[in-house]
Ligand binder design. Structure first.
Ligand SMILES: Nc1ncnc2c1ncn2[C@@H]1O[C@H](COP(=O)(O)OP(=O)(O)O)[C@@H](O)[C@H]1O
Ligand SMILES: [Mg+2]
Length: 405
């Protein structure tokens, strides 16, 4: 029984997984999750595009890497694939917790992991009754938030958002009410509002990789990705922040393992990228002006990396594009400024190791363009190893016979 990868459109990570599988001599089957019909009836199931029937393809694999980009579609893919006895990485249970920031934090909190104080308010800011009257809840929601977090430094987040999108730092009640008023229920924010205390985290946060193969305990990769910049409190790389590879203190690795166990539960294998920050308050050890100056020196080599990333050649010749990416990053990493900032971050993590807070678990993390290069770990290898670890093993004691419709 083999391994499959499922996605809508191949992006760098999926192309990277395919290239890695080839290098590892693994036969990786492709299952589309776009313009196909998944049909279930009491007679069985079918999985078809207009031209092709994928039943035999799916039937021949037992583990599926779920790389559909939309969080919602990943849930649908996982729920169907598990129903027909496939092992999905990540499993539905993990995917479902990672879908929501609040649900993830509840699991962390249950296990005593340090988190930013978080408020969830299950209420729409406004709605129209069946009699046509508009009800406004903005003031009440604002009260509930400020009663818990105070009037200043409130972080508002879409519960199911990603890439820092629509995450706002609010400093004033009028602004808060205005934002609440402008927020409509949406597919990424379907259930209400998540507000969080603003963590004084200096200029970076961490992306930490933890994984578990069947039959072995969870493992935290000792090198993490730090995302850094002063322009915005959101340090997502998607927003143009710079990246650094740092060695993690043992205490942080242990905390990351504990956090990921809270999400992985009893699942046999999984792979997660945890977002974490240090609550360092005002205790900065190095002058910001010096760091800003060093980051400024990195702008040109980092822009060169961004230029390669945007280059569409990756779709024509991925291997050549990948070499260009690696050489642009090497140039950036070889600079003195890179090593200077990297050392400052590493020293800060050692000093602050006990003030780490975990705030998010990502089930389908980016890994080819940044994580691989800075943490010196190709997550594609690990994902494929996780899939291999469940070879010949079924999620059911007794597999339901899959009938072809
Ligand atoms: N409570 C907070 N205090 C300070 N910074 C935060 C807080 N929450 C998020 N951030 C910053 O915003 C970024 C995005 O937030 P995150 O919760 O990870 O959502 P997303 O899913 O959009 O990445 C984080 O990487 C972090 O730098
Ligand atoms: Mg994040």
């Amino acid at each position: 029984m083999g391994i499959a990868i499922l996605y809508e459109h191949p992006e760098t990570d999926e192309l990277g997984i395919r290239m890695t599988a080839k290098e590892m001599g693994l036969d990786l089957t492709y299952i589309p999750f776009h313009k196909i019909a998944v049909s279930i009836s009491n007679g069985g199931y079918s999985f078809r595009s207009q031209k092709k029937n994928y039943f035999k393809t799916i039937d021949s694999v037992n583990a599926v890497l779920n790389r559909t980009q939309s969080k919602n579609r990943r849930l649908y893919a996982a729920s169907f694939l598990e129903a027909i006895g496939k092992y999905v990485i990540n499993p539905l249970q993990v995917e479902s917790l990672c879908f929501s920031k609040f649900r993830t934090l509840v699991e962390f909190w249950k296990q005593g992991i340090k988190i930013p104080k978080t408020i969830f308010i299950p209420c729409d800011s406004h709605y129209t009754t069946s009699k046509g009257r508009t009800i406004h809840n903005e003031e009440k929601i604002a009260d509930l938030i400020t009663n818990n977090l105070g009037e200043r430094n409130i972080v508002l987040k879409p519960d199911a958002g990603t890439h820092g999108y629509n995450i706002m730092l609010v400093n004033d009640r009028n602004e808060l009410v205005k934002i609440l008023d402008e927020t409509e229920p949406s597919i990424i924010n379907p259930v209400g509002f998540v507000a969080q205390e603003f963590v004084k985290k200096w200029f970076y946060d961490l992306r930490i990789i933890v994984f578990k193969e069947r039959g072995t305990p969870p493992h935290c990769h000792p090198k993490a990705l730090a995302r850094a910049g002063f322009k915005d409190f959101r340090t997502n790389t998607y927003l143009g922040n710079m990246v650094f590879g740092i060695n993690l203190p043992l205490e942080v690795q242990k905390a990351a393992i504990q956090s990921s166990k809270a999400i992985g539960g009893n699942s046999e294998t999984w792979l997660l990228a945890l977002d974490a920050m240090f609550n360092i308050g005002e205790e900065e050890s190095v002058d910001d002006i010096y760091i800003k100056d060093q980051l400024e020196k990195l702008v040109i080599p980092f822009d060169a990396v961004k230029k390669v990333k945007k280059d569409d050649k990756k779709y024509e010749n991925f291997a050549v594009w990948n070499e260009n990416l690696e050489s642009a990053y090497q140039h950036y990493k070889d600079t003195e400024a890179y090593e200077n900032v990297r050392t400052i971050i590493e020293e800060s993590t050692e000093k602050e190791k006990n003030s780490i807070l975990f705030h998010e678990a990502n089930s389908c993390p980016e890994f080819w363009e940044q994580t691989r290069i800075f943490t010196e770990m190709n997550l594609a290898i690990q994902l494929l190893k996780c899939a291999k670890s469940v070879e010949g093993w079924s999620i059911y004691q007794r597999v339901r016979e899959n009938k072809y419709e």
